[in-house]
Write a protein that binds this ligand. Structure first.
Ligand SMILES: [Zn+2]
Length: 151
């Protein structure tokens, strides 16, 4: 289910739901480090956003999937009306950023493992992938052409 919300949550979707003005404010909110907590559990996203004014309680944000699409709520005055507020944008962006970082870490592990494969076995493996996937085959051909043009 975690993947469910990841499939729906894209920057573009968030921008459309929030509108440009709210999206920009949410982006600033995230960039300022005001997201203090974000957690994705079973198709739901929970998070807390520190208010700009000191002494106030953190805003509590929740995003989840309904059959009609994405649902959301926040404890701020805009969020309680079930409108997409800047805190919801900030939580969604924090989640996307964390997923991107996780994917990147996964690729780092893959890189370390790939280095251990001898070149002939690597070539055989890539050819198997290229046979299965035309896009992959084209990308490999481009890589070869790039390498040739540089040598
Ligand atoms: Zn809010």
């Amino acid at each position: 289910m975690e993947n469910g919300i990841a499939n729906i949550l894209h920057r573009g979707t968030i921008a459309v739901l929030a509108g440009t003005h709210t999206f920009d404010r949410g982006q600033r909110c995230f960039a300022d480090g005001r997201v203090v907590e974000v957690e994705g559990v079973k198709g739901e996203l929970h998070g807390k956003v520190r208010p700009a004014e000191a002494g106030r309680a953190a805003y509590v944000v929740r995003l989840w999937i309904r059959s009609e699409g994405l649902a959301y709520e926040c404890t701020c005055p805009i969020g309680v009306e079930r409108r997409f507020c800047k805190h919801t944008v900030a939580i969604a962006l924090a989640h996307l950023e964390r997923e991107r970082a996780d994917a990147e870490r996964g690729l780092d592990v893959l890189r370390e493992a790939l280095v251990t494969i001898p070149a002939p076995a690597m070539i055989d493996g890539l050819l198997v992938l290229a046979r299965r996937d035309a896009v992959m085959a084209d990308a490999l051909k481009r890589m070869c052409l790039d390498a040739l043009s540089r040598s």
